[in-house]
Design a protein around this ligand. Structure first.
Ligand code: 5GP
Ligand code: ZN
Length: 112
């Protein structure tokens, strides 16, 4: 499948790994928007939040178990933001479910 993040999981495209287990991979965003900017993804291809189902939601659960561990390891004791852009109106540019972890500075609240 022609998916950038599937290629990153496969190691065909290099990335800076932050965390990995049998279900989840996390790596540094190539264009960080905060001092810490990490992407957490399921190894299995899911296109977006819109494609989460009872069959694959355990992968999302695992991602949200992993996120606080990553945040702690990154020293984000003062807080962080978790974002998933879903679809064109949200500005999703890579069609493989991913959760941004943003932290290391005070983040402005941008709801739209
Ligand atoms: P989206 O815009 O879909 O929510 O987020 C996609 C993110 O993937 C962007 O923040 C972008 O900087 C990041 N990104 C795109 N291509 C690559 C890449 O090849 N490597 C890494 N590490 N990040 C990427
Ligand atoms: Zn994929």
């Amino acid at each position: 499948m022609d998916c950038l993040f599937c290629k990153i999981v496969a190691g065909d495209i290099p990335s800076t790994k932050v965390y990995e287990d049998e279900l989840v991979y996390a790596f540094r965003d190539i264009a960080p928007q905060a001092p810490t900017h990490i992407l957490v993804i399921p190894k299995a291809h899911i296109a977006s939040v819109a494609e989460v189902t009872p069959d694959n939601s355990h992968l999302v659960s695992r991602i949200f178990e992993v996120i606080p561990k990553i945040a702690e390891a990154e020293g984000l004791a003062n807080g962080y933001r978790v974002v998933s852009n879903c679809g064109p109106d949200a500005g999703q540019t890579v069609g493989h479910l991913h959760f941004h972890i943003l932290g290391g500075r005070e983040l402005k609240l941008e709801m739209a």
